[in-house]
Design a binder for this molecule. Structure first.
Ligand SMILES: *Cc1c(COP(=O)(O)O)cnc(C)c1O
Length: 402
């Protein structure tokens, strides 16, 4: 089937919850993606920060093929080697204690919220605790995750959501202090806000929240579903702040293409929260996805992916600064950490329009909230990939200026 045939059929049968770009992906190779008509694209969105290793990584593919011929799924009622290896790799890399694998990011958030509530329940002997979350945050589309997503547009049609959530302003410690009460069991935030428009946490803010949590025995949940797994130039973004969360959520690049997420508990939360019977999942952490996770950690280490990310990020940062300097009318700000960057555009220059034009010119790039052009490329990009992407964007901005 060609692009048009695929798009027409999908439009007839798929529930219309996405305004898709007019293209049907056929396959990927390295940092390139090919559509059903054979056109090549340079990928600077990586399946929304998923394909850290690009496409068709040989060792990754081999691990999946090997597991395919052993067993794909068995249920969490049995042990298996991929689970043990994946959990060990994840826990070791985080500095935390115990991992629970989920099928998605939203489910990792759900589990993290339950673990925090159970921790406070165990400590206090009663329920009724509250969560403090941030405005302009994004934590997923399931009801619990949506309840802590500080975005009226996403929430309003589905009210009432889970109760007991208070919102504070990101990077405003006094606002967080004001939202905390005797009932607060957890403070939840993204170390780098993604969907909200690529806003890294200020070091003083995050350290202040950590201190507040320590003083009041509140659990700090860091959502690194998008910004974790090497993306910011450290395996976990929080490493750059010199703190540890009590609970970490991860997904997106954790499996580099297979649907897997996790919440990871530090020792305090692991010791006194979820116990047998409290939580479960049929698919979560099955042998297939865990084989992928174990392979991903192995490849990250062997190929020094985090170190390479830093090099590529420094170059991308410089090039985007230059792009901004060349188009001051259209590009208002450049923010980010590592290979998670955003260009905030002027109102007269819709980010969606830039992304559509870039697609025509062979570049896959996406947007984030607040008219931001979002850069979350594979972590294996090289300087000539950056040059190519920036050259295409240069053309887009010049055409839109005219
Ligand atoms: C993508 C994302 C989620 C939701 O993950 P899904 O796998 O889409 O459910 C949650 N938090 C953050 C920060 C994300 O970027």
């Amino acid at each position: 089937m060609n692009n048009k045939e695929i798009m027409d059929m999908a439009e007839q049968y798929v529930l219309h919850t996405y305004n898709r770009f007019p293209m049907a992906v056929d396959h990927g190779e390295g940092v390139k993606v090919y559509d059903a008509d054979g056109k090549e694209y340079l990928d600077f969105m990586a399946g929304i920060a998923v394909h850290a290793l690009g496409y068709q990584h040989p060792a990754y593919n081999e691990a999946l093929e090997t597991q395919l011929h052993k067993v794909l799924h068995i249920s969490n009622l049995y042990y298996h080697e991929p689970l043990a290896l994946a959990a060990k790799a994840l826990v070791t890399s985080t500095g935390l204690s115990r991992a629970f694998f989920t099928n998605s990011g939203a489910e990792a958030i759900e589990g993290a919220l339950k673990a925090a509530k159970k921790y406070a329940f165990t400590r206090d002997g009663h329920a009724g605790h509250e969560i403090v979350a941030m405005r302009q945050s994004f934590h997923g589309r399931t009801v619990g995750a949506l309840s802590v997503t500080g975005n009226a547009h996403y929430q309003d049609p589905f009210l009432p959501l889970m109760g007991g959530v208070r919102f504070a302003d990101f990077n405003d410690l006094s606002s967080v202090e004001a939202a905390v009460s005797e009932k607060t069991c957890a403070i939840l935030l993204e170390t780098v806000q993604g969907e909200g428009g690529i806003y890294p946490a200020d070091p003083e803010f995050l350290k202040g929240v950590r201190k507040l949590c320590d003083e009041k025995d509140i659990l700090l949940i860091l959502d690194e579903i998008q910004c974790g797994m090497g993306r910011t130039g450290s395996m976990w973004a929080y490493e750059q702040y010199g703190i540890l969360p009590d609970i970490l959520t991860t997904a997106k690049a954790l499996g580099c293409g297979v649907p897997v997420g996790a919440f990871v508990l530090g020792e305090k939360a692991a010791k006194a929260s979820l116990v047998p019977g409290d939580h479960g999942t049929t698919y979560g952490g099955n042998p297939f996805v865990c084989a992928a996770v174990a392979a991903v950690f192995d490849i990250f280490e062997k190929e020094h992916i985090v170190w390479r990310t830093r090099t590529a990020a420094a170059y991308l940062e410089k090039k985007l600064d230059e792009l901004m300097a060349a188009h001051p009318e259209q590009i208002k700000a450049h923010r980010g950490l590592g290979l998670m960057r955003g260009l905030a555009l002027a109102e007269t220059c819709p980010a969606g329009k830039v992304a559509s034009l870039a697609l025509e010119k062979g570049l896959l790039i996406i947007t984030a909230g607040g008219n931001v052009l979002r850069f979350v490329p594979p972590l294996i990009i090289e300087s000539d990939d950056v040059d190519r992407a920036v050259a295409i964007l240069e053309e887009c901005f010049r055409e839109l200026e005219a």
